[in-house]
Design a protein around this ligand. Structure first.
Ligand SMILES: [Zn+2]
Length: 363
């Protein structure tokens, strides 16, 4: 029996596997079922003391409406119960989508609640469908309800926290999450993603910084293809760490998109599973240094079903719980593009105007 360094909650329900748009859609059940198989092979959660796996109830409609327009929630319900319909060309509502999307929000909210109330130190909600492209009144990019945005709003409005930092490392820019909090200074949104000139949704440039009171509280780090682990490590050291230290959040949420892995068929960022583990280790350190609760991770994208998700998710869980798992990947990563690190430094110089710590590190 191993003992975890930190009490960690994994959220999972079989129903998360039932959501399907159509059988060849990349956002399919095996994304999660292969991860669950991999965890079982490692004996997680059974042979690790301090790591538990639990289900979650569907979120109440009022909770979803902390972020989403009631008319939009009603639209998803009606399409789902009426047999189906499209929200965008990539985002089809099937019978049952509404219920499973409520379960996904419920998973993210429960993970936050359990960590904020101190029953667990860290958590990972292994949910489907993902959420970060969903904005207040629009579903898009495989997303219906914004799991992370609702969980952040729940932490503030219901649990009474003053501030939340959302770190979004999905390969795609989380345009939905950015929109929800663009005018706010109590929710920091930091996204590291593949440059919008080369990937959906085509947003997330450094000059998108927030508006009004929210100016400076949106931080976008777009990276060129093949940036690799070194660029991510650099982005943590010169941007994420100093910004989050200065923001001093009550809670750190991670939009854990596992599609930066080098084997992902939709993206080209060349991150390894070990690199993912390091990112989460640094996030755990950051939470403990700033006194923030968490991290609480919520699964977003990731489409490399056999070679990516099972390994990146395992690495992230090992880092959250502090268990010594070495993740050996079945294939070798490609060479890194040195332009990635240079891009991070350029973006840091741009954000130095808002954040003193970034200024110090990038001068
Ligand atoms: Zn993605």
């Amino acid at each position: 029996m191993w003992e975890a360094e930190r009490k960690t909650l994994l959220i999972f329900r079989e129903e998360y596997l039932e959501h399907e748009q159509h059988p060849t859609h990349p956002e399919r059940r095996e994304r999660l079922s292969y991860t669950i198989d991999r965890l079982e092979e490692e004996g997680i959660p059974h042979v690790v003391e301090g790591v538990e796996m639990e289900g979650a109830d569907p979120a109440d409609r009022e909770v979803v409406e902390l972020v989403h327009d009631p008319d939009y929630v009603e639209l998803v319900r009606r399409l789902s119960e009426g047999g189906g319909g499209s929200l965008d060309p990539d985002t089809y509502v099937s019978p049952g989508t509404y219920e499973i999307a409520l379960l996904a929000v419920g998973g993210a909210v429960k993970a936050v609640e359990e960590v904020v109330k101190g029953r667990y130190e860290t958590a990972f909600a292994l949910v489907r469908p993902p959420g970060h492209h969903a904005s207040v009144s629009k579903g898009a990019g495989f997303c219906y309800f914004n799991n992370v945005a609702v969980a952040a709003e729940y932490a503030i409005k219901v649990l009474g926290l003053s501030s939340v930092a959302i770190l979004d490392w999905d390969a795609h820019h989380g345009d939905g999450t950015q929109d929800v909090f663009y005018h706010r200074d109590d929710v920091l949104y930091v996204s590291i993603h593949q440059d919008g000139r080369t990937l959906y949704p085509g947003t997330g440039f450094p000059d998108e910084v927030g508006m009004g009171p929210g100016e400076g509280y949106t931080v976008n780090v777009p990276l060129p293809p093949a940036s690799g682990d070194r660029a991510y490590s650099e982005a943590f050291d010169v941007i994420v760490r100093p910004v989050v230290e200065e923001f001093e959040p009550d809670l750190i949420l991670v939009s854990a998109g596992q599609d930066c892995h080098f084997s992902d068929p939709l993206t080209a960022l060349a991150v390894t599973a070990e690199g993912y583990g390091k990112m989460m280790e640094k996030t755990v350190e950051l939470a403990s240094e700033t006194g923030a609760r968490g991290p609480v991770a919520v699964l977003e994208g990731g489409y490399s079903i056999e070679l990516g998700l099972p390994y990146t998710n395992l690495a992230v869980i090992a880092a959250l719980a502090g268990i010594p798992t070495t993740v050996e990947e079945p294939v070798d990563p490609p060479e890194e593009n040195p332009e990635g690190v240079r891009t991070v430094r350029k973006v840091a110089r741009y954000h130095a105007r808002y954040w003193e710590g970034v200024r110090r590190r990038s001068s």
